[in-house]
Design a protein around this ligand. Structure first.
Ligand code: NAP
Length: 241
């Protein structure tokens, strides 16, 4: 007897898929049957992951901090899949740790272009196809910092608060269309995002063993994506117990 997986026949575009939360999410969605388009800058890790998860996964490299990249990625993903993806997971992100007086222009520009503008541009490019289909799911990886602020985290907090505003606006504009939108807001999660900040060596940062695992976040994404179509998971906030 053959069993149908919950996301069989569905497709997912996952940004930030070369490692961390994005990679774990792509693995989880593929294990549930989805065909994934994997997006980040580094082609090698994306291709390795595409091979590992199978199901026709496609590696698509691009620098989402560039204004033109989102549209290019949306068009290439649609061409590779033969249709716009059913699910988008916005997981690419940068994590500057700087105070108001110290934040550099480069940190601020990257936080705003990669964390805020890129997911908005990507959603903008793919939303018309979702509307035409009367279905689609936009999952945004927010952060505990999309509601709470911490010292020396100004550009990141600003970007994640903006991401939540975009998520809520999207929900308001798509209500009743069949399009779902989920914000998943994790606390500190043990990924390479922390490598530059040496969390185990700092009294002000959580140590790695106290953090969530990328798979914890991926499971939450997978859960939201596999609810019956009449259930729209608005927001999940994940903290360490
Ligand atoms: N880890 C945490 O504690 C934590 C907590 C809450 C929320 N989050 C959020 O979760 C998301 C994923 O974080 P993570 O912990 O998995 O981070 P990560 O391990 O550093 O992974 C970041 C991903 O983004 C990609 N990326 C970086 N710059 C890019 C660019 N310019 N264009 C395209 N892709 C780019 C990276 O791949 P390439 O290097 O190949 O481009 C990588 O796949 C982020 O939005 C982050 O803010 C993380």
């Amino acid at each position: 007897m053959t069993t149908t997986l919950p996301l069989e026949g569905r497709s997912a575009l996952v940004t930030g898929a070369s490692r961390g939360i994005g990679a774990a999410t792509a693995r989880a969605l593929a294990a549930l049957g989805a065909r994934c388009v994997l997006v980040s800058r580094r082609e090698g890790p994306l291709q390795d992951l595409a091979r590992a998860i199978g199901r026709g996964a496609v590696a698509l490299s691009g620098d989402l901090a560039e204004p033109a990249a989102a549209l290019r990625v949306a068009e290439a993903a649609t061409a590779a899949l033969g249709a716009a993806p059913d699910i988008i997971v916005h997981a690419a992100g940068s994590f500057p740790l700087s105070a108001v007086e110290a934040v550099s222009d480069a940190e601020l520009d990257l936080a705003l272009s990669l964390n805020v503008a890129a997911p908005l541009r990507l959603t903008r490019a793919l939303l018309p196809a979702m509307r035409a289909r009367g279905a689609g799911h936009v999952v945004t990886i927010g952060s505990v910092a999309d509601r709470n602020v911490f010292p020396s985290n100004v550009a990141y907090a600003a970007s994640k608060h903006a991401v939540r505003a975009i998520h809520e606006t999207l929900r308001a504009e798509t209500r009743g269309t069949g399009i779902r939108a989920t914000l998943i807001s994790p606390a500190a999660t043990d990924t390479a995002l922390w490598d530059a900040h040496d969390p185990d060596g700092s009294a002000h940062l959580p140590s790695r063993h106290e953090m969530l695992r990328p798979e914890d976040i991926a499971e939450a994404v997978a859960w939201a994506c596999t609810r019956p179509v009449h259930v729209d998971v608005e927001e999940l906030r994940l903290a360490r117990s």
